[in-house]
Design a protein around this ligand. Sequence first.
Ligand SMILES: [Zn+2]
Length: 481
Amino acid sequence: MQAAPAARTHSTPQPGHALVDADLNDCLHTYEQRVRGRFAAVLDVLRTLSSCQHERDFAAQAQTLALQKLGFELPTDWLANAWVAGVDMAALHAHCLFQTVAQSVQQAGFDQSCWRARMPIGPQQWRDWGYHTLDFSPCADGRLQALLPFILRTTPAPHVWVKAYAGALFDVEHDVADWTQRELERLTGAIEGGAQLDYLKVAVYHYSSSAPCEQGCAAHGSLDEQAVQAAIERLVALQMAVDNTFGLGAAPQVLLIGVDTDCDAIRIHLPDASGQIHRTRFLDSATLYRSSFGMPAAAAQQAVQQALQRHVTELGGLAAKGNEAGLLALVQAWLIANFSQIEYVNRHHAGRYAVIGHDEAFVCAGEAVPLLHLRNQFYFAHLDTVEEGAADLDVGARIFQGLNVQRGLALPVLVHFTYNARVPGARERAVQRGLRVAQAIRARFSDLAERGLLHCRVAVSERQAGSVLEWAEHAVSAAAH
Ligand SMILES: [Zn+2]
């Protein structure tokens, strides 16, 4: 078990929980400020441009301002004719957002170096605890898009997958395929030490403790019971699918996590001895944080461990595929790691986010942009085709109807797919898939597209390197759609 550093920084005004990593919180706060600052600058610059678009030297002024404040240029032809009909602000807004995403991806190495070096749960830890792959399916909701580094303090790494679906209703067939591929790699020796390691599937639902009926999961009509039950059913379906196809006992280890999106506290539901996950039986990090507050680090650690043991006893045992110690160590690490996030929200957001509802800047459809981790920055729908992701996209579009479209801003959709550079032709196929998805999105939301209120761009990135977003097409203003 990774011990949390006891040393606290000078900038901490009051002593917090002994197991909280204040230095890591400082790193994450710097990251959050820096990336949010880039997105905030976009709105600032656009407001300024809006007020001076009819001036004689507008194009030159706009480029200077963009370069100075945003670090990139704007499409020249969009600015050149601004004095005639004004700038297409919705198009420019979407363009700047996408450029800012690309910039944040490109600078992620620098932006994230501080917190990546201090993450308590990394590849070595989960391998030690018996897992080669962590496959998360959170809800597509933007409030869960900081799940790994912030809420769970877990290193985003190549075999940590985040595939988000509205309501955490992940695609069972896709998961069987993902599991099968990893299992094949494991059996052929491609995973080092794979004989002792398992695949862990985690579904992540969410709820709002202060406004349960309004700010819960939109895909489940803010009905918490339904959100939890539906996630449990998907996990059971995945296990049955693998067991029925590959033989009893083959199914991956499963776990259910709930996130209180008001304050980022978590609930962990462990499967009981019979493998059943119960809707109302879980360990709650906020309760554990409070009950162990004020204790020295070792005592607090012990208190969490004892609570975990008591919980397992109450469940009548644990379905851990012979790896009870490993699973418990991982769960304990996540609960304790989340104490730091609880304190982060306490310190930087007064214990509860100012905006407890939706506040996303754009929709990401396809595969996750692996180097962007911020709460409420984007709504993420994992999909290969629009047909299969239609429900997720519709929920996203509904959210943006309120956030952007009502004030005349567009619905910005970034379509992103990754490719494997070792596979011949993979990049081109990823680009083609992206373009098809973008076309289908324009067709599905044609009412918005016709009014110039849908801006869709396609980017791909190499799966392993992943440090650059490569645009599949040039930016086009609304008039060209
Ligand atoms: Zn949701």
